[in-house]
Design a protein around this ligand. Structure first.
Ligand code: SF4
Length: 244
């Protein structure tokens, strides 16, 4: 499947432990633009999915998976007005699939579009739960909202997390990853394997998407370069596909 990204706005406020070393802040700092990270602004790409090439075809072709708003949080309160435009675009491009991750699941229901119904078929929402406390707060809310495609994103995983009471056929996938960057916190492989076991028991698809930079396996700590974090996770070969 073709993958593209759409960042209609930029900047975000840190709200939970998983935000401590937020990659948006790290990236902006690399370009000497530290202040931009916490300041909400609409980008020039607000209407990117509607843009067309010279031959009139859409620049983002039909069937593409669009990683949406990865330089902010789609449900940030400051984005409430701009999100109306984004929803309209998502409606018009029903031939694309929009992947949205959020740590603000408690804001979602209040800002859904009026014709949302049981959820848009082309919207996948990933609720991020980096530790047990945030899982226990966010997941009951997540499961109470009408959403067609639900992912649980345990990243950056900060401790062992028990999701067993939340795993059922309403969850499409659990995806786990460690933290990147110079100050990355530990990702212990035992936590990853434990989540995999929970998914297998519950019949939920599981993905280990990246090791992070500070990875502990069998008591040995590995410092893994950014470029290798995804491939090292793939090498573990522990993904599990549940066919409904
Ligand atoms: S919610 Fe996401 S984008 Fe916003 S500060 Fe936290 S990690 Fe960064």
């Amino acid at each position: 499947m073709q993958v593209s990204s759409w960042n209609p706005w930029h900047g975000c406020k840190k709200i939970s432990p998983g935000c401590k070393n937020c990659y948006v802040y790290r990236q902006d700092a690399q370009y000497g633009a530290e202040q931009a990270s916490s300041q909400f602004r609409v980008t020039a790409n607000l209407k990117l999915p509607l843009k067309r090439s010279r031959n009139k075809s859409y620049k983002i072709p039909s069937g593409t998976l669009v990683s949406t708003c990865f330089t902010s949080d789609f449900f940030l309160d400051e984005a409430d007005k701009s999100r109306e435009i984004a929803w309209e675009i998502i409606r018009r491009r029903s031939d694309l699939n929009f992947l949205i991750f959020t740590k603000r699941i408690d804001r979602v229901e209040a800002v859904l579009p009026s014709d949302w119904g049981d959820g848009y078929e082309n919207v996948i929402i990933g609720c991020t739960t980096e530790n047990q406390d945030r899982a226990d707060y966010r997941l009951p809310i997540f499961k109470s909202i009408p959403i067609k495609h639900r992912l649980i994103i345990v990243a950056p995983i900060l401790e062992a997390v028990d999701l067993s009471t939340y795993l059922d056929s309403s969850i499409d996938e659990v995806s786990v990853g460690g933290e990147s960057g110079y100050y990355a916190r530990t990702c212990d492989y035992r936590w990853v394997l434990n989540l995999r076991e929970q998914c297998v028991s519950a019949g939920v698809t599981f993905c280990f998407h990246q090791t992070g930079a500070n990875f502990v396996k069998d008591g040995v700590r590995y410092h893994i370069k950014r470029a290798l974090q995804m491939s090292q996770a793939r090498k573990a070969n522990i993904d599990y596909k549940f066919n409904r």
